[in-house]
Design a protein around this ligand. Sequence first.
Ligand SMILES: *Cc1c(COP(=O)(O)O)cnc(C)c1O
Length: 399
Amino acid sequence: MTEQDKSFAPNAGLEHAIELLRHPPSKQDELPGSFSVDGIGELETLNLLAPHVLGSATYLDSPNAFAHMDPPTPWITWAITLWNSRLNQNLLHPATAPFAIEAERKVIEWLAPFFGMSGGHMCSGSTVANLTALWAARDTRKIEKIVASKAAHISIEKAARILGLPYEQIATNSEGQIDPDRIGDISKACLVLTAGTTATGVIDSLKLIGQARWSHVDAAWAGPLRLSPSHAILLDGIEKADSIAVSTHKWFFQPKDSALIMFRELEMANSAISFGGGYLAAPNIGVQGSRGASAIPLLATMIAWGKKGISDRIDHAMSMASLLAAKLSQENRISLWTTPITGITVFRPLTLNTDELYQRLPEGMFSTCILDDEKWLRSVAANPLADIHEIVSTILKAL
Ligand SMILES: *Cc1c(COP(=O)(O)O)cnc(C)c1O
């Protein structure tokens, strides 16, 4: 390698990469079978990989996409993510990331008040956010066990295992919420409530907040509803929690990896999860070490769309889920699990088996889940660009 190594400087290849993004080629050449000694160069690599990466991809903004918690990403986030990759800022080292740190401070400062929290930080996802919260709970308030419903996300059980704490799973009531009557003594426990369970989008009763030694709300999916004037009420009471996790790569339309962990008493929580000294100019807070500048695309989305732009898109997704459920409930060949609470609609056909209907529907339209030993189709309203009328008519035709 010489001093003029061209591989580190932008050139026409960058425009070509964007051109391929706009017009993904579909004809695929085979990838090399092994890690060869000599590379084929950047341009050839772009041309080789584009049909594999872009040409055969599932596009989350397709009118059919209504299956998963993964949203389409607004183009401003692609542009900023490209800037982020070029700079490779590390939140661990303030000197390399002065603006990224300011951006993170700003998004937390703008978002935490919606949840009644005093602050927090970003991390790669709610799996890590939940672990961070439970770690703070263990080391500040000496919780002795973690209690959550059977419908809680697996990340809670992972965190219990990592932290070496007993994990108690409580049965759900007929609405799919943690059954308050089955919660035993939680005076020395951390109670985890879910706002938007992964399978069915149910919100546990947030009135239970405050009864345990630490209350954590896993709002990975439904947290962003707090920004919507018409839906914020669904999360009333969340502001009394000790900690809240929200995946910004779900209903905040961010590229992965992007999530928030927020605390009501920030300084107390941070005192338990901060490490300093050595080569670090500022303390390292949280589970991750090096961390990218995911705050910048989030800040960009918040500035570009405003509160209304974000909440209008979520409201529109919610109304599509309601419409889907209303149409399905009129159809006697379909059983609807329940009316969707946070944009997740779960149903199954009564005249054929669920797998058969699933096979007949376009890929990416729905996902599946198992509830009470039955297989159900599941739809998640993460895509504001879905064509709900087309989706409804596709199901009805496939029955
Ligand atoms: C998605 C999800 C998680 C995990 O979040 P990641 O960002 O995927 O790590 C945790 N809890 C709930 C309720 C979720 O829906």
